[in-house]
Structure formats: structure tokens, C-alpha cells
Design a protein around this ligand. Structure first.
Ligand code: 5AD
Length: 353
């Protein structure tokens, strides 16, 4: 298939597997065109607004043994749990002092925090801060997620990791792909904003599977796309495996923008960790927000899902300032002024300024 035919197929609203696969294989010249088309699409459909989101990792305890993840239960990392008060204080500080409008509370799958504790956390944060609050806490019951929604949570970040059920269950022993998919559908029923995605270049992932991963985002009606390259962690059975190249990861991102024109798509930390130019390149290949790690520095180095995560040792204030300056420096606008009703702004063409 010709590159230009593959582009036309995507632009005409179709999403054939063959065209996505072809674009994933774009040569350096075609790739330039792909990135600039993605950037134009971003400009036309979501404009210059670029949000800087915060992620606070409140516990690295995990009951799972995902082959790719450095905080899997067998990993010898130093474990920590933040107290609810400490979590609230840190989010409130990020919102009030640093201007964060959207924060993701993330952890390993840690049952130490009961459903009720999480609800209290959500209530307290929403009482004190005018932010969009996401949870990224893995599998919980539908009842727990329903209560959390009632307590004020706005969204869930829950990646499907791979759209191949076989690869999923191989990479995540003891977990089920069916459960993953069921969660993603009940999140929508519960009216959560749904952020989902996959790992680009997971070992044993074929390019056809990667194309299927990209197309799954549409079927799952993602409000936000969270994808990033695989980075081998020395603490895992996949230690000797390779990362994908930055260009392949960028091609996946750019294809997502061509397919899902209005979606929110952050540059995830894995892009920034894979290559120092990752942020710059991703933001010009279709991405329209940044994620800053706002975990207190005494903990962030223990949340080692992969090594040397971008920014894990730098001061949060400095990282935030740099992210804002970066956004302004490339002529985009940092999102400001979320008012009372945050939800429409989030899924609308661009967030309010
Ligand atoms: N490389 C890249 N991404 C990873 N994640 C976990 N381990 C790795 C790794 N080694 C991603 C998973 C998870 C998210 C929190 O981090 O997709 O959902």
C-alpha cells in the first residue's frame, strides 16, 4: 500500500488495519509528513491549548507480577505508602501553589487502601481543590468504582496495555483480559472520563498487534490516550529486552492523532525517559499535554516501574516551571481557569483557557 493511500484512508474516517500497519512502517521521509499532518490535525481540532497534568504516585505496593513492571510484587524495591492526609496535602499544594488543574492519583494494586479510604480521599481533595481528579489504581470492584465516582472522582486512568488477550495474560500472570475490558466498559457506564492506552513495543508484540492496539482506542471510546514506549527494567524478567525506537513510538502517537482528532493525548514520561528529545518531538507529532510527576521526591525514586524515569530526582517546582516554559516557548498556551463544570471542557475540542 502506498503511504499516501494509507493517509487518505485514515483521513476519510476509515480505520483499516492495513493502513495503520503501513503508517507504522513509514520511512524517514514519510514519517516527517506523518508527523506534520498529525501536528496540523492537533492544531485544527484541539488548537494550542496544552495542559500540564500532575501525577502523584501514592503507593508502590503491588499484588501483581506483571513481567514488564519494576514494582511487581517480587521486585526488591523499597516500598512506601503515603498516608491519606499526606496525599491530600500534596495535591492541595500542587493545585494551589503550582496551578495544577488535573491530577492523577496512581499506585500499584494495593488493597491496603480500602474503598472507603479512597472515597474519603476523593471527597477531601474535591472539597479543597478545584481540579479534575483521576485515579489510576487498577482492578477494584464495580461497587468500589461507583462509590469513588460518587465521592467526586472524575476520571480513571486504566491502560489495557495490549489488545492481545494472549499477550496480556502472558505479561500479567493471574490477571484477565476479559476483566480489563469489562472495567473499561463499566467506567463509561459510571460516567467516568476514561484514559486508556497501551505500551508501545512490549516484547513479543507484532506490528499488527500494535496497529490493533491503536484501533482499540476508538472502540473503547477513550477520552484521553495514554501510550508510551516499553522501557526494560533490570528488576524484571524482561530486563534484557529492548525498547522500541523513538521514531516508532512517535509514529504510533501521530497515527492516534490522525484517527482520534479531538482526544487529549499527553506526552507520557516514558517518551521523555526514552530520549531527551522525546517531549519536544512528541508534542510536534500530535500530543497536546504534558504529565509532570508531583510525587514527593523521597518516594518518587522508589516508584521505579522502569529505571531513571524522567524528572524523578528534580524538584517539582522546577519541573513544573520548565513544563510551562516549554509549552509557552513553542507558542502553545497553558490551560488555565477551569471553572465550575470541568467535564465538558475536558472532552470538548480543547480545554478552556
Ligand atoms: N515500560 C513502559 N511502561 C511501563 N509501565 C509499567 N512498566 C513499564 C515499563 N517497563 C506502564 C504500564 C502501566 C503504567 C502505570 O506504566 O502501562 O499501566
Amino acid at each position: 500500500m502506498e503511504f499516501s493511500d494509507a493517509i487518505s484512508e485514515l483521513e476519510s474516517g476509515g480505520a483499516p488495519l492495513e493502513a495503520v500497519e503501513r503508517l507504522l512502517l513509514a520511512n524517514p521521509q514519510e514519517e516527517k509528513e506523518l508527523f506534520s499532518l498529525a501536528d496540523e490535525t492537533r492544531e485544527r481540532h484541539v488548537g494550542k491549548s496544552t495542559c500540564v497534568h500532575g501525577v502523584l504516585e501514592f503507593s508502590n505496593f503491588c499484588k501483581n507480577s506483571c513481567l514488564y513492571c519494576g514494582i511487581r510484587k517480587e521486585s526488591p524495591v523499597k516500598r512506601y505508602r503515603m498516608q491519606p492526609d499526606e496525599i491530600v496535602e500534596n495535591v492541595a499544594w500542587a493545585a494551589k501553589e503550582l496551578g495544577y488543574k488535573m491530577v492523577v492519583l496512581q499506585s500499584g494494586e494495593d488493597r491496603h487502601y480500602t474503598g472507603e479510604t479512597l472515597c474519603e480521599l476523593a471527597r477531601e481533595i474535591k472539597k479543597r481543590c478545584n481540579i479534575i481528579l483521576f485515579f489510576s489504581i487498577g482492578d477494584r470492584t464495580q461497587e468500589e468504582y461507583a462509590s469513588l465516582k460518587k465521592a467526586g472522582a472524575d476520571g480513571v486512568l486504566y491502560r489495557f496495555e495490549t489488545s492481545s488477550s494472549e499477550l496480556f495474560e502472558k505479561m500479567r500472570p493471574g490477571t484477565s483480559f476479559g476483566t480489563r475490558m469489562a472495567h473499561l466498559s463499566f467506567f463509561h457506564e459510571l460516567k467516568y472520563l476514561v484514559a486508556t492506552g497501551f505500551i508501545i513495543g512490549l516484547p513479543h508484540q507484532s506490528s499488527k498487534q500494535l496497529a490493533q492496539d491503536i484501533l482499540s482506542l476508538g472502540k473503547l471510546k477513550a477520552n484521553m490516550i495514554s501510550i508510551g514506549p516499553f522501557l526494560p527494567s533490570p528488576l524484571t524478567p524482561l530486563a534484557s529486552q529492548k525498547s522500541p525506537s523513538l521514531p516508532l513510538a512517535l509514529r504510533a502517537l501521530a497515527i492516534c492523532r490522525l484517527l482520534y482528532k479531538k482526544v487529549r493525548m499527553p506526552v507520557t514520561t516514558a517518551f521523555e525517559t526514552l530520549d531527551p528529545a522525546g517531549r519536544q518531538k512528541a508534542i510536534f507529532a500530535g500530543a497536546n499535554s504534558l504529565m509532570v510527576n508531583i510525587t514527593p521526591r523521597k518516594y518518587s525514586q522508589c516508584y521505579s516501574i522502569y529505571p531513571n524515569r524522567f524528572g524523578e530526582r528534580e524538584e517539582i517546582e522546577k519541573l513544573t516551571r520548565e513544563a510551562i516554559e516549554f509549552v509557552q516557548g513553542i507558542g502553545r498556551r497553558v490551560c488555565r481557569g477551569y471553572a465550575k463544570d470541568l467535564r465538558p471542557q475536558f472532552s470538548a475540542p480543547a480545554c478552556a483557557e
